[in-house]
Design a protein around this ligand. Sequence first.
Ligand SMILES: C[S@@+](CC[C@H](N)C(=O)[O-])C[C@H]1O[C@@H](n2cnc3c(N)ncnc32)[C@H](O)[C@@H]1O
Length: 205
Amino acid sequence: MDAHQWDARYAAAAASGIWAHAAPRIVQEVVATLPPGRALDLGCGDGRTTRLLAARGWTVTAVDFSAEALAIAVRVTTEAADRVTWLQADVTTLAPRAGQHLVVATYLHLPEPALRRVLATAAASLVPGGTLLVLGHDVENLATGAPGPTDPSLLYTPELLAGAVGGLEVVRCERVRRGPDDAETHGPVSGGEAVDTVLVATAPA
Ligand SMILES: C[S@@+](CC[C@H](N)C(=O)[O-])C[C@H]1O[C@@H](n2cnc3c(N)ncnc32)[C@H](O)[C@@H]1O
């Protein structure tokens, strides 16, 4: 999907109010283990992870190519908004932004070559010891009936993510399931448990 297609989705979501506003549970759990620093949120959407980070004291650069997403993000980010820089840009062509203690990408689904470029940019942006956190729909999600992209070439597997972050130390890379109990933070799950892939990796110290 290009930026205009995402703009249309955000305009519709803003009207119906269906998208989740809290950061994903796993993101909340990982962030709770880290001291605040500088963070980059790639494909930030309407900013739910950026808001969590800013509220916890992080200085965040939040990047998305959808003007509509960023307009919503600016409007709904009230706490610690001065710690956030919203940047309208294509993450597949973004230059590394050195000095990040954390780079996050959640539910950013791209063709594999583009995803690999983004993850290389993310890795090159980290300080020694910095953390990369990636979360998205796993290819096994297709069999569950839960929402998410239906093109398997856009979906994650643990092997794909672990193989795309050479040079980083993989701390955690696995499938995780979420069901109705996670609806508050992920939006409603219909048709069964959803399956995500999560990757946590660190830059060599
Ligand atoms: C499913 S949304 C996820 C948003 C957010 N990370 C979250 O978890 O709520 C995917 C986001 O990635 C953005 N996106 C997709 N491709 C992009 C690209 N090439 N450059 C920048 N943003 C992109 C879309 O505009 C959209 O906001």
